[in-house]
Design a binder for this molecule. Sequence first.
Ligand code: COA
Length: 332
Amino acid sequence: MNDGYRTTARIAGLGRFLPEKIVTNHDLEKIVDTSDEWITSRTGIKERRVVAEGEGLLDLVVRAGKAALDDAGVEAEAVDLLIVATATPEQPIPATSAIAQPQLGVVNAACFDLSAACSGFTYSLNVARQFIATGAAHNILVIGAECLTRYTDWSDRKTCVLFGDGAGAALLQPADAGEGILHIDWRTDGTLADFISMPGGGSRFPPNSRESIDQGFPFIKMRGNETFKVAVRAMTELSLDLLKRAGVQPADLDLFIPHQANQRIIQAVGKRMGLSGEQVYSNVHQFGNTSAASIPMAMVGAVEEGRLKRGDLLMLTAFGGGLTWGSALIRF
Ligand code: COA
């Protein structure tokens, strides 16, 4: 069932952290021309978490990372690699992972951030798996975290209802073939880079430039409708391809966790893959789209709700800006 690696990576521990503040659809009705009915029927989202004043990505990263280390029962000093997947870092320089290192106590870890938008966690799993398979690392902490609401244009009803903040983390360790990550793959299509973008805040339109602020660049922009269609097709095709390579039928999956962006996307992917409603996990109603945090946050939710147990056959699939996407088949 696995893809030929003699050593692979297993998820030894999971953790998540959510900001306390909850913003409901009714709260949004007070600031933009929208309604709970529209948001619920088009997206499935009912509420989202929002970082408090003075909070930043670092706070979420550290709390989620510590929770994953505790869950795995691994000492922070034993971690040899820390990857933070995010599109909304604590600050441009240095990497959020480096700033988080002392607070996490992962003093022996090399640290870097990975930028693949909503696919960031799945991409990081693939990177971590390679380092573990080659024997170059033995304990890798992967954290997907976002403060998307800091880059949300609260006057744009097309995007402000979609996003939320949060963090999820996984501690990866070596495992024999047949356990842990069985198959994992990723894709990028940069010709569609402008489907989901934030053009300001980089080197072309730096955050300190008047042009960047005047033109509203440092906000997330999305061609929602077109993105929707590609997301459904891309996640379905790659996931079915992985199942085929593994010789696994969709019905054999104990749980399928797709990126939590929109309930209609989640349902469409599940249906096209031939999965039953019980096989498909969703918590988008609670947290909205938290980008790189969405899949690890959902895994923690699934474990807490008793829907994901050790030994289960689990499939993850993510899709986001880039455009990027990735899927993983895991014996949990
Ligand atoms: N409240 C009320 N009306 C809204 C609204 C809101 N929050 N947002 C948009 N509308 C209106 C639009 O203005 C439009 O009105 P018009 O026909 O008078 O111009 C109408 O609703 C339909 O807009 P449209 O953008 O076509 O809606 P949609 O059904 O495509 O839903 C999204 C919009 C964003 C929910 C949906 O496209 C989506 O989820 N896209 C993918 C998101 C995603 O997966 N991102 C990638 C992963 S990160």
